[in-house]
Design a binder for this molecule. Structure first.
Ligand code: ATR
Length: 289
């Protein structure tokens, strides 16, 4: 790495931030394309979000990723927020466009591109989405433009109801919802083309958990899990064993990072290099546990 007086600074803000895969992924991409840019992780406490964004303006930081818990809070300090981020009330990418701070959300794009790169075109497909949190909302918003129907099942019914109503008001009545109960899930699994786990179930240290019974999985199904630690979740293992197409959480993370990279640099992201860097970083983190 050769830092010069012209090096452009990018970063990610969040709390906690120590385990972020973004620095490894984005620096590998900068290096591969020989861009004079560097990407750092900044631990920012909720009370410091405003100061952090003042710093971005003051120091001329060129762009940021934003992760938990600041995806909503940053909006108040931006000059402009794109349509998707506005609907989601969530920004994960900021571009410093000659002093104007512009916010985007690439979480949904990440999921859509991960599906497409696996060879599946979601247009006209039936989606079963588990979860109604921030990630589920971003995925549902993007897929609602493409899919024939989306069924959302979540543990907390109020969240499911609010998300379903917001999506149906915008996209017509293609979104249905229900309880995250075994019988309901089993019923909806039968007609589904795509199953997405957008809950945190199966995440380290509960890697043995999955919401989906292995016998419901079949070869025609595409299964995407947003959980990326472990890189292969129990759901992914079960789906693979059933012959289904499996897309890991690392892929979604990778393609959201690739979309952020494009916004900042206007260059096509070198996804292969970024994937390798992200997986290496996960391996190292695993080894350090
Ligand atoms: P994210 O931004 O990653 O989506 P989030 O907004 O906190 O995080 O959402 C987490 C999702 O995982 C929610 O859908 C949550 O369900 P609730 O809305 O009922 O909280 C879901 N979730 C977390 N732990 C779960 C569990 N043990 N069983 C079922 N769903 C769970």
């Amino acid at each position: 790495m050769n830092i010069t007086g012209k090096t452009r600074v990018f970063g990610v803000i969040g709390d906690p931030i120590e385990h972020s895969l973004s620095p490894a992924m984005q620096n590998a991409a900068f290096e591969h394309l020989k861009l004079d840019c560097v990407f750092l992780a900044f631990k920012v406490k909720p009370a410091e979000v405003e100061n952090a964004l003042r710093g971005v303006r003051g120091l001329g930081v060129c762009g940021l990723n934003v992760t938990m818990p600041h995806k909503n809070a940053v909006i108040a300090y931006l000059d402009e927020v794109d349509e998707t981020a506005q609907f989601l009330s969530s920004v994960n990418t900021i571009l410093n466009d000659n002093g104007k701070l512009r916010g985007f959300s690439t979480d949904g794009t990440g999921a859509l591109n991960a599906l497409r790169e696996s060879g599946l075109e979601p247009h006209g497909k039936k989606v079963l989405l588990l979860g109604a949190g921030g990630a589920a909302k971003a995925i549902a918003f993007t897929l609602a433009k493409e899919a024939e129907t989306i069924v959302i099942l979540n543990r907390t019914p109020e969240k499911t109801k609010a998300l379903t109503e917001a999506l149906n008001a915008r996209f017509g009545k293609k979104v249905k919802s229900g309880a995250l109960a075994s019988d309901v899930m089993k019923k909806h699994m039968q007609g589904a083309d795509i199953l997405i786990n957008a809950t945190s179930v199966g995440m380290h240290p509960h890697a043995e958990q999955s919401l989906v019974a292995p016998e419901w999985l079949k070869p025609e199904l595409t299964v995407m899990d947003i959980v990326y630690n472990p890189a292969e979740t129990k759901l992914a293992k079960d789906a693979k064993a059933a012959g289904a197409t499996v897309i890991s959480g690392v892929e979604m993370l990778l393609y959201q990072g690739a979309a952020s990279f494009k916004i900042w640099t206007d260059c096509k992201a070198p996804v292969e290099v970024m994937r390798k860097a992200a997986l290496n970083q996960l391996l190292k983190a695993g080894a350090a546990k």
